[in-house]
Design a protein around this ligand. Structure first.
Ligand SMILES: Cc1cc2nc3c(=O)[nH]c(=O)nc-3n(C[C@H](O)[C@H](O)[C@H](O)COP(=O)(O)OP(=O)(O)OC[C@H]3O[C@@H](n4cnc5c(N)ncnc54)[C@H](O)[C@@H]3O)c2cc1C
Length: 399
């Protein structure tokens, strides 16, 4: 049986692929993850925010990749989707804790970066980028998950500002975050058109919350708001237009959830190739069985298709494609890559037999870890709805 080359996604020259510089960046990130981040991730408390890990990612410049600066050193207000995907895919192929810690800094802080006042940006982005402040994105509520526009957390007018009342749930990094991007109802009964985004420091009086345990340990919980005062200057974007802020963040972020899935899928495929190439059975190796090599072929092909969809969606975002094109491609990338990763990891376990199920085995970990990606930031059904809707837009929108 031919030996396995041990690819973790490096691509030979000449293929439609990342540039050499981007490939080099991926290898650099994997190297940092293997040597410096894995020990810190293992030393952390599973399910809690790992501040030493975040600070290390700040010191090594990884978090700064989420918040690029212009050549003059000014903070850019635009994130780069491809850089985000490169960071997420390469970290995920080595360590999911580091990957998730990095991703959540971006998810929580992008609404501030893209829609906050200069003062709010100056106050929070440098601290999030060096890993000394933890950010969170608070949209979901008990009665408003997939139907996020139904959210009811109240922002009642109070002099020059507002007071927030209510609860958010399933908020990553809650209740430990330092800064929350909170989507609240400023106009009752107005659906998506009556929501405002606010930057709310966790230290503000009246902010609380509790941790929730999930199948794969994740820093996640509720955030409660008991008459929490917010100022005009803390509005992100415009009053009653906060839903757009949320959707803009999700358009940027969904391809990167796909990249996370691709990184995990690649790790599972690598493990399956390696195991089946060396596992002796029936007078040869498992990989000699055609059924096994066909399973691996399907995994590799769908993973490659996922990767290309992710890169295409990120590139559409970075090159300023039309909003409809970006939304459609983001949804396709997230849908296909997360569904594929679930299939690839499940098949890798099948090919490993019992050992893939042992607690602490890489595949057992990935099997639990991948599940949520098909639910958060819009479940797969919601992505299909977005894609389906895009097919019926008037033809001028498609150009
Ligand atoms: C690990 C994790 C991290 C998360 N982090 C965050 C976070 O940081 N911030 C945040 O705001 N939220 C976060 N969430 C919440 C997440 O975004 C919601 O769970 C998600 O939007 C789905 O909402 P729900 O759980 O209320 O499911 P529901 O809305 O109750 O939907 C349940 C299921 O019904 C189906 N369904 C729903 N609508 C439709 C439809 N129109 N057509 C067909 N089927 C449909 C889908 O299968 C869906 O999974 C996180 C969730 C998880 C699991």
């Amino acid at each position: 049986m031919a030996s396995y080359s041990g690819s973790t996604g490096e691509r030979p020259k000449g293929l439609f692929a990342l540039t050499e510089q981007q490939q080099w960046r991926m290898e650099e990130v994997r190297e940092i993850a293997r040597n410096e981040l894995v020990p810190l991730a293992h030393a952390g408390d599973p399910g809690a925010v790992n501040r030493p890990l975040l600070r290390a990612m700040g010191q090594r410049g990884l978090l700064q990749g989420l918040f690029p600066k212009s050549s003059s050193g000014q903070q850019s207000r635009e994130a780069q989707a491809m850089e985000l995907c490169i960071l997420r895919e390469s970290l995920a192929s080595v360590n999911t804790e580091a990957e998730t810690a990095l991703a959540l800094q971006g998810l929580g802080a992008y609404p501030i970066l893209q829609s906050g006042s200069q003062e709010i940006v100056d106050e929070w982005i440098p601290k999030v980028a060096d890993g000394t402040a933890v950010a969170a994105f608070a949209l979901s509520e008990t009665g408003a998950g997939s139907d996020a526009a139904a959210l009811e957390l109240r922002a009642d007018p109070d002099g020059n500002g507002w007071r927030l009342y209510g609860e958010k749930i399933w908020i990553s990094n809650a209740p430990e975050a330092d800064i929350y991007t909170v989507f609240a109802r400023t106009t009752p009964g107005a659906g998506a058109r009556g929501v405002t985004a606010f930057a709310v420091p966790a230290a503000r009086q009246g902010v609380g919350g509790e941790h929730i345990d999930l199948v794969a340990p994740h820093p996640i919980g509720t955030v409660t708001f008991d008459a929490v005062r917010v100022e005009k200057g803390e509005v992100l974007g415009e009053v009653d237009r906060g839903f757009r802020v949320a959707m803009r963040t999700l358009d940027l972020f969904r391809p990167s959830v796909g990249a996370f899935a691709v990184g995990m899928g690649q790790a599972a495929l690598d493990a399956a190739v390696s195991y089946t190439a060396t596992r002796e059975a029936f007078g040869g190796y498992l990989a000699d069985q055609q059924a096994v090599s066909h399973a691996l072929a399907n995994m590799a092909t769908q993973l490659e298709a996922s990767r290309l969809l992710v890169y295409a969606a990120a590139s559409a975002y970075d090159s300023g494609a039309s909003p409809h094109e970006i939304t459609k491609r983001s949804a396709m990338a997230k849908l296909y890559a997360t569904e594929t990763a679930q299939f690839v990891i499940d098949t890798a376990i099948q090919l490993h037999g019992a050992r893939g199920l042992v607690q602490g085995h890489l595949l057992e970990h990935l099997y639990r870890e991948v599940r949520a990606t098909r639910i958060y930031e819009g479940a797969s059904e919601i992505q299909r709805t977005i894609i389906g809707r895009s097919l019926f837009r008037p033809s001028q929108d498609k150009k």
